[in-house]
Design a protein. Structure first.
Ligand code: FES
Length: 108
């Protein structure tokens, strides 16, 4: 079953993308030509330009970030918050149907 995810821009505009289970949120956003996620490194955890703020209840459902992701979260262009994640590390599953994230004002 495809998973529907919502990307809410800093201006409040929402982009809805559909993902396959096992795909990352970043891949789903890129595949849909969504704006607001740059993903300069293509998911290699070296850019932090795929930063998103994950809304509840989803933020609590995600596995906590690994050390590599935590380290890269220190390099986000917009302020890092407790619900900040790198979308290339969010692996989508059917339990995340309706996943909603806020996009930062800037990725650079
Ligand atoms: Fe570069 Fe996520 S795409 S860290």
């Amino acid at each position: 079953m495809p998973i529907t995810c919502h990307l809410v821009g800093a201006d409040g505009a929402t982009q809805t993308v559909t993902a396959r289970p096992g795909e990352s949120l970043m891949q789903a956003a890129m595949g849909a030509n969504a704006t607001g996620i740059e993903a300069d490194c293509g998911g290699l955890l070296t850019c932090a330009t795929c930063h998103v703020y994950v809304r509840e209840p989803f933020a609590s459902q995600l596995p906590p970030p690994e050390a590599d992701e935590r380290a890269m979260l220190e390099f986000t262009a917009s302020p890092c918050q407790p619900n900040s994640r790198l979308s290339c590390q969010i692996v989508l599953a059917e339990a995340l149907e309706g996943l909603t994230v806020d996009l930062p004002a800037s990725q650079h």
